[in-house]
Design a protein around this ligand. Structure first.
Ligand code: FA5
Length: 339
């Protein structure tokens, strides 16, 4: 029969050791190991608890009380330690997530506007200032809008002037912005004063002034008694706004089936002439295709190569730089961080 005093001392010692170990435990795993190592049925304290029924009746009370109180104290210490560890973990996470909104933000390289887009925005501003509306048209067009309604029927040699990317369904990538003329005539009553800026596509042989993907600004003005003098005034005003007073341009007669008369305008660049636009007075057949009576209405139209304007603007010697996407090149023409 065991002497109760040494048993009680041993239980107290076991409990004190267990409580100290719980206090020192650094994580959940350590707490779990302690729990089974101290309170499990095969652990010393567990064995004492199990032995209570076999003790003499006068010892059962004190040993049982001591062992059960110790067990409860250890369980409470385990729960408290678990809660403290969890709190510390949350505090660490909160520390990591803490943001000081008063600190300056990270410095990022700002975007820059592409030189062609810079010219597009400037042209938009100038035309808006002259009272023109801004229009848009689809890149994928049909033959009717791109050619037929512009007086270029299927067998017309003028189709060869704009080598075309055809889609399998018979549609095409627009070869100029002039289809927007057709769309506008069909949907807007005159008087009309509108421009459309956008991307166009031609199956071109590439060189320093010819790309296969480039941009045009199409202009259309329809009113009564529109003359070539109005055309020249609009173009000269726009170019002077863009380049200043000393712009040197020349107008040459040219053939486009959708205007009559038709012209091309060149601008002096590095001592040579560079063609920048086609223009003319809207052909009566185009007005008629748009539902207007050519005896009442007349119009002027032009299509300007925006990429070539960007070349003149920045002194770029080869148009192929513009769509090549080389940032070292583009950064030289960067304007601000307003892109
Ligand atoms: C046309 O595209 C006509 N639609 C313009 C027009 C509109 C005439 C309204 C009359 C009335 P053209 O093919 O010439 O015309 O092109 C017009 C301008 O686009 C040219 O003057 C040139 O500045 C530019 N351009 C033409 N082909 C290319 C190319 N491959 N790469 C870069 N720019 C080009």
């Amino acid at each position: 029969m065991a002497d109760p005093v040494p048993v009680l001392d041993e239980i107290r010692r076991l409990c004190a050791e267990a409580l100290a170990a719980v206090e020192a435990a650094g994580d959940d795993d350590a707490l779990r190991a302690l729990e089974s190592g101290v309170l499990g049925p095969e652990a010393p304290l567990g064995r004492h608890l199990k032995s209570i029924p076999r003790l003499p009746p006068d010892q059962r009370g004190p040993v049982g009380r001591e062992a059960n109180e110790g067990k409860r104290a250890i369980q409470a210490a385990l729960a408290a330690r678990r809660a403290a560890l969890e709190q510390a973990r949350e505090a660490r996470l909160a520390d990591l997530e803490w943001v000081d909104p008063t600190l300056p933000g990270p410095v990022r390289g700002g975007g820059r506007m592409h030189p062609v887009m810079q010219v597009c925005r400037e042209l938009e501003d100038i035309f808006l200032g002259l009272g023109f509306d801004l229009l848009d048209g689809p890149w994928v067009e049909d033959e009717q809008h791109n050619f037929t309604a512009l007086n270029i029927p299927a067998d017309h040699p003028a189709r060869d002037m704009q080598d075309t990317f055809w889609l399998q369904d018979g549609r095409l990538l627009r070869t100029h912005t002039s289809p927007v003329q057709v769309r506008t005539l069909r949907t807007q009553p005159p008087p009309i004063r509108a421009v459309a800026l956008g991307r166009i596509f031609r199956h071109e042989e590439l060189d320093a002034t010819h790309e296969n993907t480039f941009h045009q600004v199409e202009g259309l003005l329809v009113d009564r008694d529109v003359s070539a003098a109005h055309l020249v005034w609009v173009l000269r005003t726009v170019l002077q706004e863009l380049f200043g007073r000393d712009v040197e341009v020349r107008l040459r007669p040219a053939y486009f089936p959708f205007v009559e008369p038709g012209f091309e305008m060149d601008m002096r660049f590095r001592g040579r002439w560079m063609e920048i636009l086609g223009c003319g007075l809207v052909h009566p057949g185009v007005l008629r295709a748009g539902g207007l009576d050519p005896d009442t209405w007349s119009g002027l139209a032009f299509g300007m190569g925006v990429d070539r304007i960007a070349m003149l603007r920045h002194g770029i010697e080869d148009i192929r730089h513009l769509m090549a996407g080389d940032l070292r090149f583009l950064r030289q023409m960067a304007r601000g961080t307003d892109a």
